[in-house]
Design a protein around this ligand. Structure first.
Ligand SMILES: Cc1cc2nc3c(=O)[nH]c(=O)nc-3n(C[C@H](O)[C@H](O)[C@H](O)COP(=O)(O)OP(=O)(O)OC[C@H]3O[C@@H](n4cnc5c(N)ncnc54)[C@H](O)[C@@H]3O)c2cc1C
Length: 495
C-alpha cells in the first residue's frame, strides 16, 4: 500500500452505525479527500482481490453499509456548487442543478443551498444522512407529488471498477455530450437501464463521489397539525376525503398510536403547503412547534430514561406515546422548507430503529395494514407483555423511476414501524411485523430493518419488476465483485 493510502487510512478501527446494531472491523478504514484517493483505493482493493464499500452517516439499520475489507468514510468530501451551465443541454437550462460531493450531509447541503437561494425539493424526516447514503437506500419524505432522493438526482459520478470515473445519466440526460467531451477524464454514460439501476444500488456498482441534483428556488412551507381519533380518520379514508387531502396538499402525513386508549387510537395529522407567493426577503419564521416536544426529541438522556422506565414497567409506553402525539399539535408554523420538513430531534438517532413498508397508496390498504398492526400490538402486549414502543408514521410518496425503489412506478404509502432500540423485544417485534406485513405486500425499506427478506428471495423477485435489469447492470459494472457486500449477496441480488 502506498504512502498516500497509508496516510488516509487506519487499521484496527471499529465502525458501527448510529444505533450500534451494525458493527464491523474492516481491514482498512479510509478517509478519502477526493476522487483520486478513491481511484487509488479501488485499484489497491482490486490488486488484493478485496471489496470496497463507502459509508455515509451510518443511519441505516440494515446491513446495507456493512463491509469487511475496505471501508470509506466520505465525510471529507462535503462541498456543493452549481453545475456549470455550459455543460447543460439547452432544453434543461431553465432548471437549477447543483453538484454535491458524496459525503455532504443533507443538513450542510440545505445550508449551502439556502445561501444560493435554492432548496431541496423534498427530504426525509431528518437531515443527518449524507446525500449519497440517502440516495443509495431510496430515502423518502412525504408528499404524493413530491420526489424521494433517487428522483431528485439527475446524474451520479462514480469511481467504478478499474478506478474509472463515470458520470451516469438517463438516456435523455441533462448533460450535453459534446460540451462534456472537454471533460475527458470522466466517461459520460447516458442510458436509462444503467442510470435507474445505479441511482439506488447500496454502493454495489461503484463508489459515488459526486451527484447532480435538480433543486428548486428556495421556498417556505406552512405547517398545521391536528389530532383526530382513528375511527374518524378511518371514515375519511373510506369516503375518499382523506386521500383527496393527500392529493390536494403538498405534504400530508400522519402518526398513530398503535395502542388503544379510551376506546380508540389517537392520530396526529400534519398538512404542509408551499407558501405562494414566496415571502419577500426579510420574512422570518412565524409560529412554532411545541417547545417541550422539541426538547424531549433532542435530549438523549430523556429517551434513555424512558427506555429504562418502560423496560421495568412496559405498560407506561401506551400513555407516553399518547402524550407525544398530543404535544405534536401545531396551529400554524411557517418557515423555510428544510426547517419545516425536518421532523425529529437528535435523540432519535441512537434510539429510534424501525422497519418500514411500502404499499400501493390506496385508502383500503392503509386501513388493512394499520388494523393488522393494531391487532398485533394488542396481541403481543396481552399475550407476551411485549409493548410496541413508538407511534406509527404514515407517509405518501410519488412514483419513482429507480429500478429498486419500493415506490417503483406507483404512488406509494410508506408505513413505518419504529421501536425504541434496547427496549425489550425491539428486534423481535420488528421481525414479526416484517413477516406479517410482507404477506400484505409491504415492501421493506432497504435502509431499515429488513432481514426477513434474506429468507424470501422470491418476494424480492416478484415485488421489484426491474430487479433482473438491476442485477444485469450490476454484474456488468462489477465483474470482479469489488463493490459487493454481504447485504447484496444475502438479498440474492448478485445472481
Ligand atoms: C433517525 C432516522 C430517521 C430516518 N428517517 C428516514 C426518512 O424519513 N425516510 C427514509 O426513507 N429513511 C429514513 N431513514 C433511513 C436513512 O435515511 C437511510 O438508511 C439512509 O440510507 C442513511 O444514510 P447514511 O448517510 O447514514 O448512509 P449509510 O447508512 O451509512 O449508508 C447507506 C448505503 O449507502 C451506501 N453509500 C453511502 N455513501 C456512499 C457512496 N459515496 N458511494 C456508494 N455508496 C454509498 C452505503 O454503502 C450503504 O449501502 C432514517 C434513519 C434514521 C436513523
Amino acid at each position: 500500500m502506498d504512502l498516500r493510502l497509508k496516510k488516509i487510512s487506519r487499521t484496527r478501527y471499529t465502525w458501527h452505525n448510529a444505533t450500534n446494531n451494525m458493527i464491523t472491523n474492516p481491514l482498512h478504514f479510509f478517509y478519502p479527500e477526493n476522487e483520486k484517493d478513491i481511484q487509488a483505493i479501488v485499484a489497491e482493493a482490486e490488486s488484493q482481490g478485496l471489496r470496497v464499500r463507502a459509508v455515509g452517516s451510518g443511519h441505516s439499520f440494515s446491513e446495507a453499509a456493512k463491509g469487511k475489507d475496505f471501508l470509506l468514510d466520505m465525510k471529507s468530501m462535503r462541498n456543493a456548487f452549481r453545475y456549470e451551465a455550459s455543460l447543460i443541454k439547452a432544453s434543461f437550462q431553465t432548471q437549477n442543478y447543483v453538484v454535491a460531493d458524496a459525503g455532504i450531509t443533507i443538513r450542510r447541503l440545505n445550508r449551502i443551498l439556502d445561501k444560493m437561494k435554492l432548496a431541496l425539493q423534498n427530504m426525509g424526516a431528518v437531515d443527518f444522512q449524507t446525500v449519497s447514503g440517502a440516495l443509495m437506500t431510496g430515502t423518502h419524505g412525504t408528499g404524493i407529488k413530491q420526489p424521494a432522493f433517487p428522483d431528485m438526482v439527475r446524474a451520479i459520478r462514480i469511481v467504478a471498477t478499474g478506478g474509472e470515473l463515470i458520470q451516469i445519466e438517463p438516456t435523455e440526460g441533462i448533460t450535453d455530450p459534446i460540451a462534456h467531451a472537454q471533460n475527458a477524464d470522466i466517461k459520460l454514460i447516458q442510458d436509462d437501464d444503467i442510470f435507474y439501476s445505479n441511482v439506488l444500488s447500496f454502493g454495489g456498482m461503484g463508489i459515488v463521489y459526486q451527484l447532480i441534483l435538480e433543486v428548486a428556488p428556495w421556498f417556505w412551507i406552512q405547517e398545521k397539525r391536528y389530532l383526530q381519533n382513528w375511527t374518524a380518520l378511518k371514515q375519511e379514508l373510506k369516503d375518499g376525503r382523506f386521500m383527496q387531502k393527500v392529493e390536494e396538499n403538498d405534504f400530508v402525513a400522519f402518526r398513530v398510536n398503535p395502542h388503544k386508549i379510551d376506546g380508540d387510537h389517537l392520530c396526529s395529522i400534519v398538512v404542509q403547503n408551499i407558501l405562494q407567493p414566496t415571502p419577500a426577503l426579510g420574512f422570518w419564521a412565524e409560529g412554532k412547534r411545541n417547545v417541550i416536544a422539541g426538547i424531549v426529541s433532542n435530549m438523549e438522556f430523556l429517551i434513555e430514561g424512558l427506555i429504562r422506565t418502560i423496560n421495568r414497567n412496559p405498560r407506561k409506553i401506551k400513555k407516553r406515546i399518547q402524550l407525544s402525539l398530543k404535544y405534536s399539535r401545531v396551529k400554524n408554523y411557517m418557515d423555510k422548507s428544510f426547517k419545516v420538513l425536518y421532523q425529529h430531534g437528535a435523540a432519535v438517532l441512537r434510539y429510534g430503529i424501525s422497519s418500514e413498508f411500502a404499499f400501493d397508496a390506496k385508502a383500503g390498504k392503509v386501513i388493512d395494514v394499520l388494523e393488522t398492526i393494531f391487532e398485533q400490538t394488542k396481541y403481543l402486549s396481552e399475550y407476551a407483555d411485549l409493548y410496541h414502543s413508538a407511534h406509527i408514521p404514515v407517509r405518501f410518496v410519488m412514483p419513482s423511476k429507480a429500478y429498486l425503489s419500493s415506490a417503483y412506478q406507483r404512488p406509494t404509502v410508506y408505513i413505518d414501524v419504529p421501536t425504541l432500540f434496547t427496549s425489550i423485544g425491539d428486534y423481535e417485534i420488528l421481525e414479526r411485523y416484517q413477516t406479517m406485513l410482507m404477506k400484505l405486500d409491504g415492501i421493506p425499506h432497504w435502509g431499515k430493518m429488513n432481514q426477513m427478506m434474506y429468507l424470501d428471495h422470491p418476494f424480492i423477485q416478484s415485488h421489484f419488476p426491474k430487479v433482473q435489469s438491476w442485477i444485469k447492470v450490476r454484474n456488468q459494472m462489477d465483474p470482479k465483485g469489488t463493490f459487493l457486500n454481504d447485504f447484496i449477496v444475502k438479498m440474492g441480488l448478485n445472481e
